[in-house]
Design a protein around this ligand. Structure first.
Ligand SMILES: CC(=O)SCCNC(=O)CCNC(=O)[C@H](O)C(C)(C)COP(=O)(O)OP(=O)(O)OC[C@H]1O[C@@H](n2cnc3c(N)ncnc32)[C@H](O)[C@@H]1OP(=O)(O)O
Length: 430
């Protein structure tokens, strides 16, 4: 009889509604995450603030705990994974529920025994059973998640912006001065206004994901990365002439002997003009000569608004959000389409959730999706479908890479249908 490879372990899913006193495995789980990412042992106040975040998201915590081996020993977590339901903008303002996966770790003593495979496949199966159409994550290494059906769907771009000349812009970039103003607000008190701006930004930004609880902690200044209240976090809000907030930038100034640098932690706005106005505000900060922004848009009006395009330098460009389709008809019917077409799509999926064949008929930006036995025009594995969902990767490129099987006759027709629309971008990591 085969033996259970995990008979020394206890596998379970925890409820974040519990308190650490009710269930000590909560604290063990979080310390397991910290160990997995090579952080030190976390202080109690980190546990407290993390539980607030996890409850805000309604997180499910999966894990494996080593059973006590000697009297008095506490069990500890050797595998962790969490997930919750968020939202993603598929384009044209269409928001779809997103199954968000994070904190995947396995202790050095238990690696490559299939623990991540076990926790992640269970988690994806549960999400599919609950009717979630799409899963997403951001990764530490590019080689792990393709086998589970995730494909890179947005790009992560880091910027270094030279502010030493005040970042002059072309006439017209900022509009007329009487259309709004910038005010400085305490990050905690400004949070409701920031949330309103975030709603507008999410609705207009293809690929953007709704903020989860970790961002509430981070952007209200409730807790600094090193612990205690965040006293160096600043918030500037842009207000329309009627007083309604339509832009927000969270930043921190790092004072150095000769040059001060501003770190842009989050910059969101209801429209591109306001984004540029917030950049002009940052450029006007006294003593500051340089800005850095991680997860900035790839296709960025800032590049074209500045008089000197070399003032905006890309210091990193790689994968951002990875998507995993769980329900192809739901996702294909929800995303916007660039051209009218009719084609048969065949999807292969080792985990089974997205495997099948469908006729996709697109018209006026919408699609009808129906199962079919017709010969496919396009065959691809589910991770490649994940790369196509947001329109961030061109089907022609995927075929050129040998990742999508589509004949010459169908290629242009199907590629034009998948294409069209803004380059997706996501400013979050999770
Ligand atoms: C979404 C996120 O949370 S991203 C963060 C990921 N976590 C980290 O980077 C923390 C440090 N790393 C770790 O904790 C672990 O090495 C993990 C979580 C990456 C992998 O955990 P393990 O339990 O060893 O993985 P498991 O044994 O289940 O392997 C699953 C599959 O992925 C493969 N795999 C696992 N890790 C890697 C890796 N680093 N690179 C390439 N392939 C990998 C395995 O070969 C295996 O393939 P197979 O099932 O097709 O044969």
């Amino acid at each position: 009889m085969p033996t259970d490879p995990y008979d020394d372990l206890h596998l379970d899913t925890l409820h974040v509604a519990a308190t650490p006193d009710d269930d000590p495995r909560l604290a063990q789980w979080l310390q397991g995450v910290a160990r997995g990412f090579h952080e030190g042992v976390l202080p109690d106040d980190r546990l407290t603030s993390w539980l607030v975040e996890a409850r805000e998201d309604g997180q499910r915590l999966r894990g494996a705990w080593v059973r006590a081996r000697v009297p008095g020993e506490s069990p500890y977590a050797v595998a962790t994974l969490c997930s919750w339901t968020g939202r993603v903008n598929l384009g044209a303002g269409r928001l779809l529920p997103l199954h968000m996966v994070s904190d995947v770790t396995v202790a050095a003593t238990h690696r490559r025994r299939g623990l991540t495979r076990r926790l992640l496949t269970q988690d994806l199966a549960d999400a599919a059973a609950r009717g979630l159409p799409l899963a997403g994550l951001t990764v530490s290494e590019g080689t792990i998640y393709g086998r589970f059906g995730f494909g890179p769907a947005t790009r992560r771009r880091a910027l270094e912006v030279d502010l030493s000349d005040g970042l002059p812009m072309h006439p017209g970039a900022l509009g007329s001065a009487d259309t709004g103003r910038v005010v400085l607000v305490d990050p905690g008190e400004g949070w409701p206004a920031v949330q309103r701006v975030h709603g507008a930004h999410l609705a207009r930004t293809r690929g953007e994901v709704g903020r989860h609880g970790a961002y509430t902690t981070r952007l209200t200044g409730r807790r600094a990365p090193g612990g205690g209240p965040d006293r160096s976090l600043r918030l500037a809000l842009h207000l329309r002439s009627d007083g309604e907030p339509d832009g927000a930038v969270h930043y921190r100034v790092h004072a150095q002997e000769r040059t001060h640098e501003v770190e842009v932690l989050a910059l969101e706005a209801a429209d591109p003009r306001t984004t540029l106005r917030l950049w002009a505000f940052l450029a006007g900060l006294d003593l500051v000569t340089r800005a850095r922004q991680d997860r900035a848009p790839v296709d960025n009006p800032l590049d074209h608004a500045v008089l000197d395009p070399r003032a905006v330098r890309t210091t990193r460009l790689d994968d951002g959000t990875w998507l995993r389709v769980l329900d192809p008809p739901a996702v294909l019917a929800a995303r916007p389409w660039g051209a009218d077409a009719s084609f048969v799509l065949d999807v292969a999926d080792d985990l089974g959730h997205a495997a099948g064949r469908w006729r996709v008929a697109t018209r006026d930006g919408a699609a009808e999706v129906a199962t079919t036995d017709d010969e496919p025009d396009l065959r691809l594995p589910v991770d490649v479908l994940g790369s196509l969902v947001l329109g961030g990767t061109d089907l022609r490129t995927l075929r050129a890479a040998g990742r999508a099987d589509v004949g010459d006759a169908a290629l242009e027709r199907v590629a034009r249908a998948f294409d069209g629309g803004p380059v997706p971008t996501c400013s979050l990591g999770w």
